[in-house]
Design a protein around this ligand. Structure first.
Ligand SMILES: Nc1ncnc2c1ncn2[C@@H]1O[C@H](COP(=O)(O)OP(=O)(O)OP(=O)(O)O)[C@@H](O)[C@H]1O
Length: 512
């Protein structure tokens, strides 16, 4: 995939990229962008002024910092490394680093690659439109595009759904989302030309078929590259036919080569689904007040934890602070947590803590629902004896080491670490030392639909990256009134999600 992606980007093509989680899409994008020429006019060279070449839009700050750290490591390989800020910068908005810091650095120096979250980029654009140099950009990349641009499935809706779909459409029109708004600004001229060309659809199709140039030429504008492991047809159709952002004469669609890992997962129904990593085990634990059990129909798994290799994470063991030394929860919050009701189901939290203690050799990730309070979960898990930390790749002392750890993880760490994130901050993350991902609850709330399946694909895709092994353990609530055949039972919903992804559940041995 990278062998096709990198040349396409260097040739200035628009690209629609889809391949499995962990196949190297983001890494390939970064490699290609770093290798793009940095254009400067003669006048600007005299003033030693350079342009921003590429703008990369990502869904959350952790992914922005991950890409920055990758670039930092690559740039530092040379003996005379240029300052990182001249190569890459990050624009994100959060409590810790106010946007102003990023803005000031950007005003001082233009990076080759600017990586940011949509809202931070929009804020800068609104306050200082010139700083982003949108007129001279050479590339715009939208990573995890289906998370950033919402589109509605265009399937023929049954009557009962019709009103709901109309309502969703109106909502989307009223709130198109920041990424759409940004792309509408960047590609305003392309949109005009595409709209004019669309006035003569028959002629346009014939022209393209014959490879003839259009009488309404495309204005110079940056190439657009969009990428995700889950690029559904309705989004592709939207991008291609409705958005007006693409230069249709110059688009390449790249999807995985179909090259599969050594083995493949055989789903319960005997079908083999392409692209599933066989060395990843998927388990579902049903938790009620009385018991914890594996989802019915789970196959017997390998008895031991998949070994990730012999290499140590940066040669460190037990590098994280111990539970008692934990210093990153505000005492005021601890006071509040100990006196208010928890939003979490205690049996589910205990199950996560027990499964973690029994099976995780070094580092695992717990993914909570999008708006769940992370710090509260960290505190509750620490109360259960787990060395839990909110995922923070930039400010926390250990954050970077999780990114930097090489392809293998240690066999065991004296004090295993559980990183806690939410669905909103998990996409695209690449922490090579992870052996387990725990998912708290159904991936997208109570509904099983395309969005829930895609969410599962992305969460579970934090392990099994680049062919490595791993375990994905979903912990869901089982109500007393539910039976195994109950369609609305959480277990049955998880089973449907696994079937849609094309994997069969495997027993989590500790609860078998
Ligand atoms: N050419 C390569 N050679 C060796 N390792 C690579 C190569 N490309 C990517 N990797 C490694 O593979 C892992 C996954 O890469 P990356 O995060 O780019 O995948 P992705 O396809 O973007 O995943 P996701 O869909 O989850 O965002 C990373 O650890 C990366 O360093």
């Amino acid at each position: 995939m990278q062998a096709r992606l990198i040349p396409a980007i260097l040739e200035g093509k628009d690209v629609l990229l889809k391949d499995r989680t962990g196949s190297g899409k983001s890494f390939g994008l970064v490699l290609a962008l770093l290798n793009k020429p940095r254009l400067v006019s003669k006048d600007e060279r005299r003033q030693n002024k350079r342009h921003i070449t590429s703008l990369v839009i990502v869904p959350h700050r952790e992914l922005a910092y991950q890409l920055l750290h990758w670039i930092e490591r690559m740039v530092n390989v040379g003996e005379h490394a240029p300052p990182l800020s001249s190569i890459a910068q990050v624009l994100v908005r959060d409590g810790r680093m106010h946007l102003d810091t990023g803005l000031q650095t950007l005003q001082k120096e233009s990076p080759h690659v600017l990586i940011g979250t949509p809202q931070a980029i929009m804020d800068v654009y609104e306050a200082h439109p010139k700083v982003l140099q949108l007129d001279t950009l050479s590339s715009v990349v939208v990573d995890e595009v289906d998370y950033l641009i919402e589109t509605l499935a265009r399937k023929d809706p049954g009557k009962s759904f019709k009103r709901a779909i109309e309502k969703a459409k109106r909502k989307l029109q009223a709130h198109p989302g920041t990424t759409r708004q940004l792309l509408d600004v960047i590609y305003a001229r392309r949109r005009e030309v595409n709209a004019r060309r669309q006035d003569e659809p028959g002629l346009e199709i014939a022209r393209r078929r014959n490879g003839q140039p259009s009488s309404t030429p495309m204005p110079p504008s940056p190439q657009l590259v969009v990428s995700s492991a889950t690029l559904r047809t309705h989004l592709r159709n939207y991008l291609y036919d409705e958005s007006g952002w693409l230069d249709k004469d110059n688009v390449v669609k790249i999807s995985g080569t179909g090259a599969k890992p050594a083995e493949e997962v055989q789903a319960n129904d005997g079908t083999r689904k392409e692209g599933q990593n066989a060395s990843v085990e998927h388990s579902v634990l049903l938790v009620s007040e009385q018991r914890v059990r594996n989802i019915p129909g789970s196959a017997t798994g390998a008895s031991s934890v998949p070994s990730l290799g012999e290499e140590a994470v940066n040669g460190e063991t037990g590098a994280c602070k111990s539970v008692n030394e934990a210093d990153d929860i505000d005492p005021g919050l601890i006071q509040k947590y100990s006196t208010t009701a928890s939003p979490y189901n205690p049996s589910m939290m205990e199950t996560v803590a027990a499964a973690f203690a029994l099976d995780v050799p070094s580092i695992a990730l717990l993914v909570l629902p999008s708006s769940a309070p992370v710090q509260r979960a960290v505190w509750e898990l620490r109360e259960l004896g787990v060395d839990a930390h909110g995922l923070d790749l930039e400010s926390s002392a250990n954050g970077r080491s999780y990114l930097a750890s090489g392809g293998g993880a240690e066999t065991s760490r004296a004090n295993p670490v559980l990183l806690v994130s939410t669905l909103a901050t998990t996409r695209g993350l690449d922490l090579p030392a992870l052996s387990h991902v725990f998912i708290y609850g159904l991936p997208e709330g109570d509904r099983v639909n395309g969005k829930a399946v895609d969410a599962y694909v992305h969460i579970s895709g934090r392990v099994g990256r680049f062919g490595r092994p791993g375990k994905v353990v979903s912990v869901v609530e089982e109500k007393e009134s539910e039976s195994d055949s109950d369609e609305s039972a959480s277990g049955e919903k998880m089973a449907r999600i696994l079937r849609a992804v094309g994997v069969g559940p495997v027993q989590f041995a500790a609860f078998a």
